[in-house]
Design a protein around this ligand. Structure first.
Ligand SMILES: [Zn+2]
Length: 160
């Protein structure tokens, strides 16, 4: 994950000048849930479950990471947090929102969507461009969604 992240970060200046100077970090969180998210400030988190359960290829993982980087480059977390966090904190969200940045957790893929649809589309578009610049295959992106929703459907069936 660190290697994929580093490859993508090398190209962020093409999207947002000087962005390569931000303090970018990726963390793999040792929990079995299928999720990836960003809290802004160049910090991206991917949960172990997403990597293990979905059997993602390197290109598919790169799409998820590039998408989260895209949210950062457009400062979506900043917009979203100021709009959503007070509501989110008062509701169910934060009690299930996990380490290490629990107070600022945004569930991105998966449980609770807090980014707007237009922000998601923008993060996808930027993510695809970053992937291409870094030498990953952007045509892997649709399959990432297929695997994600298949996994979600299987879990729903198992619960039922
Ligand atoms: Zn997103």
């Amino acid at each position: 994950m660190q290697d994929i992240f580093n490859r993508l970060i090398r190209h962020v200046d093409a999207i947002s000048p000087e962005a390569s100077k931000w303090s970018w970090e990726i963390h793999v969180v040792d929990r079995g849930i299928d999720n990836a998210l960003t809290v802004g400030a160049g910090k991206v988190m991917v949960y172990r479950g997403l990597i293990e359960h979905l059997a993602l290829s390197e290109d598919e993982l790169a799409f998820i990471v590039a998408h989260e980087i895209g949210h950062n480059l457009r400062l979506h977390a900043r917009e979203t947090l100021s709009n959503i966090l007070p509501i989110y904190a008062a509701g169910v969200g934060l009690s299930q929102a996990l380490t290490p940045w629990s107070s600022a957790m945004i569930m991105d893929y998966g449980v609770a969507k807090t980014m707007s649809r237009s922000q998601e589309v923008e993060a996808d578009r930027i993510g695809l461009e970053l992937m291409a610049r870094a030498g990953f295959n952007p045509s892997a992106a649709p399959n990432t969604f297929v695997k994600f929703y298949e996994e979600e459907a299987m879990k729903r069936d198992a619960l039922a």
